[in-house]
Design a protein around this ligand. Structure first.
Ligand code: NAP
Length: 303
């Protein structure tokens, strides 16, 4: 069974290279003929691991190819996911499986609504990768990927492909808890690192602000039916701040490089859900307002 991978960026490239070298058939789906031409000129995708780089001549195509897709890894940013899914909808075979790698929440439901006949598998990953150049990906941090369909205990047999490829992963019937917990950790740390222009460790100077956000986020998780994901949230946030003290958060890096953030699927989603649940969370609302002003002042999208 061929894995089609849409988005030959950081995570998409990391998955594609590992699947391909394990002998799993992979095809990259690129944005347009210009991207395909650039890719072909390079002769493939390069993965850099612990300083060693290796070129993988993985076959690639554009959306316009008309062969059917049975298994798709959607590896674009959350704000591109719905449009990408809609573009590939005519090519999806009935019952196709789609793994959604997007961070945050909101984009998965939008994709699932576009593709009602597909099986959408949500994923939450702590792996780290970045694009050093076009079609050149650096594997920056070992991590783990949780995959699941909410309430579905039985892992699909094709997870064997991930095992063969050495992609650390686990199936869970409660993928929403994983996604909510990661969203809450993100909301407590990333926006503040942008507003205070600091590394994660710099947030030790703002203990009150962090504590207030954690209390509001825990209340949101509980009201959203995610009480387990709320447990010891503040403690874990403090551990992440200490454990990654020297790092710049992904949102800080995006803003510093003038790149669009996934704000709508992280802090924006948290505030929208709080409103929907009738919760007043002034700290989170104020944070969203300040972050939007900060992004707007730099000419970046605020949604
Ligand atoms: P990325 O490096 O920006 O890669 C996304 C890729 O998707 C880009 O190559 C982009 O092409 C492509 N793309 C977007 N729309 C497309 C379309 N319609 N057709 C074809 N290609 C399309 O992003 P990423 O860092 O891999 O992140 C992907 C998701 O994983 C995000 O939600 C992110 O938060 C999450 N995540 C990332 C990491 C990490 O370490 N990178 C870790 C955990 C979670 P263009 O360059 O042409 O736009």
């Amino acid at each position: 069974m061929t894995w089609h991978i849409l988005g030959a960026g950081s995570l998409g490239g990391l998955w594609a290279a590992r699947l391909a070298r394990a002998g799993v058939p992979v095809r990259l789906v690129l944005r347009d003929p210009a991207a395909l031409a650039r890719y072909r000129a390079l002769g493939g995708l390069t993965l850099v691991e612990e300083g060693d780089s290796h070129l993988y001549p993985i076959p690639a195509e554009t959306h316009a190819t008309d062969t059917p897709i049975q298994r798709l890894l959607l590896a674009c940013k959350a704000y591109d996911a719905e449009a990408a899914a809609a573009a590939l909808a005519p090519r999806l075979a009935p019952g196709a499986e789609i793994v959604l790698l997007q961070n945050g929440l909101g984009s998965q439901d939008a994709v699932a609504a576009r593709l009602p006949r597909a099986h959408c598998i949500f994923a939450s990953s702590t792996e780290g990768a970045f694009r050093e150049a076009d079609f050149r990906v650096v594997y920056a941090g070992r991590g783990h990927t949780w995959l699941g369909i909410q309430g579905e205990e039985q892992a699909p047999a094709w997870l064997d492909d991930l095992r063969a490829a050495g992609i650390p992963h686990q199936w869970t019937a409660d993928i929403l808890a994983k996604l909510w917990r990661k969203l809450a950790l993100n909301c407590a740390i990333n926006p503040l690192t942008v507003l205070h222009d600091c590394r994660n460790g710099g947030l030790r100077a703002w203990p009150g602000e962090v504590a207030e956000l954690c209390a509001e986020l825990a209340a949101l998780l509980e009201h959203a039916g995610q009480a387990e994901a709320a447990e010891d949230l503040h403690g874990e946030v403090l551990r992440v701040i200490d454990g990654t003290a020297a790092n710049y958060s992904s949102m800080h890096q995006d803003v510093a490089r003038g790149r669009r953030t996934e704000i709508a699927y992280l802090l924006g989603h948290a505030c929208t859900q709080a409103e929907r649940l009738g919760l007043t969370l002034p700290g989170l609302d104020d944070l969203l307002q300040r972050l939007r002003e900060h992004l707007a002042a730099r000419g970046l999208p605020v949604t």
